[in-house]
Design a protein around this ligand. Structure first.
Ligand code: 3MF
Ligand code: MG
Ligand code: MG
Length: 395
């Protein structure tokens, strides 16, 4: 890593609103058909390592750190107090908490199952997560419904399931309002996260767009408190253009939180480190976000590969992911102020001159030469990405 160069200092890294999830560092490399390749590791070590690297924020699922049977009990608050101490000791803040509503057998039919007792339990889990979040000083709660889906057709009634799912989000928001008032804290930003497939066969809210429609459906009692946590790869998985998805979320005023990673279209959720597969697309994504004033949180929801050792997780995986992100973010700033891109964009927006607006041929002629600038801009973006705009050439 030191031979590679191009690293930022922990102080510089801390200036960005980048969070490291508990689950990403704790991931042992297991998968369907694949055994773990790394040992178990707890929150104290992860928070300490994040502090050393300069990852300023930590995020967690409730059950990443609290055993299911301890949730809501005294044992939970003892663990939360120990987490608070770790965070203080290592100079890291907790930015986000999320309720795990997918792993345990209780979620076999999802958090919005037909059985009322499952739905009551789901409400308990999201409300308890709000409590844990306020205790740890977070600003965000995320909900990836995981199994909000089904394997066979016709057995569940989709509209009822969606209503029941809204009931859980409503319970979280109502509880948040009450708790925030008691604690004299602002309410949390509640963020929905979509994923198109995996693990279920069909998913009720498979994309960020479907979640925007859900927020606007009238089912939520506090739609203003609810926004999105899009994940870059989750949108690529269904074949979308992540930047176009983010544009739609921005227009709706719902970009609250963003899971950053990389991977491939129409494949599984491989959660590769940001920028390792699609660096040009990532540059373009960050140009959009920077130019619309979105400054984070950027949540490193990736999985260090199974081939990376435990040592490598903290020496290579996390620092290199953070540094690629920072480089791409700074490059995005360069794109925004690049005089050539600006001149080309201004020319495109100015159009080809006043012609008769009813004359298709005249309008086409006025724009024909201008439209070459699209390709020129794309060339310039690649130049910036590869450093060619600074005079770098290959022979
Ligand atoms: C699954 C995910 C989840 C969510 C997490 C946050 C394990 O593909 O992306 O990470 O991000 O549950 O709510
Ligand atoms: Mg995610
Ligand atoms: Mg993912």
């Amino acid at each position: 890593m030191s031979a590679c160069g191009g690293s930022y200092s922990p102080e510089t890294r801390r200036k960005y609103f980048i969070s490291g999830p508990q689950w990403a560092a704790a991931y042992q490399g297991q998968a369907l058909f694949h055994a773990p390749t790394r040992p178990e590791i707890g929150f104290d070590e992860i928070i300490r390592k994040y502090g050393e690297i300069g990852i300023g924020y930590w995020a967690t699922h409730d059950t990443d750190v609290i055993p299911t049977e301890a949730l809501g009990k005294d044992a939970q608050w003892e663990i939360v107090a120990r987490i608070g101490k770790s965070l203080r000791d290592h100079g890291v803040k907790c930015s986000m908490v999320t309720a795990e509503t997918f792993h345990h057998a209780v979620w076999a039919a999802g958090p919005a199952a037909e059985a009322p007792e499952v739905r009551e339990y789901a409400k308990f889990r999201v409300k308890n997560t709000v409590d844990v979040g306020h205790e740890l000083g977070v600003g965000f709660a995320v909900y990836w419904p995981g199994s909000l889906g089904y394997y066979v057709q016709g057995a569940i009634e989709e509209t009822s399931t969606l209503r029941w799912y809204a009931d859980a989000i409503n319970a979280a928001c109502a509880h948040d309002i009450e708790t925030a008032q008691k604690k004299g804290r602002p309410t949390l930003k509640h963020c929905l996260e979509a994923k198109p497939f995996e693990p279920q066969a069909e998913i009720l809210l498979p994309t960020s767009d479907s979640m925007l429609a859900f927020i606007a459906s009238g089912l939520l009692t506090h739609p203003e408190m609810v926004g999105l946590n899009p994940e870059y790869l989750h949108e690529l998985m269904w074949g979308a253009a992540p930047r176009a998805v983010l544009a739609r979320v921005l227009l709706a005023g719902k970009l609250f939180h963003f899971d950053i990673n990389d991977g491939y279209r129409l494949k599984h959720d491989v959660d590769i480190g940001v920028g390792l597969v699609n660096p040009l697309d990532w540059l373009n994504v960050l140009v959009l976000l920077r130019s619309h004033g979105y400054n984070g949180p950027f949540n490193l929801d990736f999985k260090p590969p199974r081939t990376t050792s435990q040592f490598g997780v903290f020496e290579v995986s996390f620092p290199s992911a953070v540094d690629r992100f920072i480089t791409l973010w700074e490059m995005a700033g360069e794109v925004i102020s690049d005089p050539i891109i600006k001149e080309a964009t201004d020319a495109l927006r100015a159009g080809g001159g006043a012609v008769d607006a009813r004359d298709a041929e005249a309008v086409t002629r006025a724009n024909r030469e201008l439209l070459t600038l699209h390709e020129l801009i794309a060339h310039r973006l690649v130049q910036i990405l590869l450093g060619l705009h600074r005079g770098r050439t290959f022979f």
